[in-house]
Design a protein. Structure first.
Length: 160
């Protein structure tokens, strides 16, 4: 799949069902289909709608399919947090993650944010490699942060 055409747009409540399915698939390696997992439950359509009121969410869509997701929240001191970045497993390594991340960073910069930060589970080596390639730097390591034995790597990037 060389030239995948898709659009990046704001999330709407009508996107919740398809977005939920994509996020559950993208993070299956983490929640292992445990429907009681905090992460699995956070991707329920009603939770996505609820969270969309507090987070700025962009999605990548192709035809009627949701193939990418990124969310963020801004602080008063000019630093944005990016809690979730995901690409449908069938479309990973096709440039969607890079495009949706770069568009989100451009929006954040336009909104006056000077820095963005995010967490990556330490065993997620493809994501760690991706963020390093995209100019993020490691600022910290959080042990047992998202659960027992689940360490997180703290990344950040200045937007100037």
């Amino acid at each position: 799949m060389n030239s995948l055409e898709f659009e990046i747009r704001e999330f709407t409540e009508g996107d919740a069902e398809k977005t939920s399915k994509m996020l559950i698939a993208a993070f299956e390696w983490f929640h292992k289909n445990d429907k009681q997992s905090w992460l699995y439950r956070s991707f329920a359509p009603r939770k996505l709608i609820q969270n969309s009121k507090a987070l700025d969410i962009l999605i990548a869509s192709r035809d009627s399919e949701i193939i990418g997701f990124i969310s963020s929240s801004n602080s008063l001191f000019g630093v944005a947090y990016i809690p979730t970045v995901a690409v449908d497993p069938a479309h990973q390594r096709s440039g969607i993650g890079k495009k949706i991340l770069n568009q989100k960073l451009a929006v954040l910069k336009k909104q006056g944010m000077r820095k963005a930060w995010l967490l990556v589970t330490s065993i997620n080596l493809p994501a760690i490699t991706f963020y390093l390639k995209e100019g993020f730097v490691i600022e910290g390591y959080l042990r047992n942060h998202t659960g027992p034995g689940l360490d997180e790597v703290l990344f950040s990037k200045f937007l100037s």
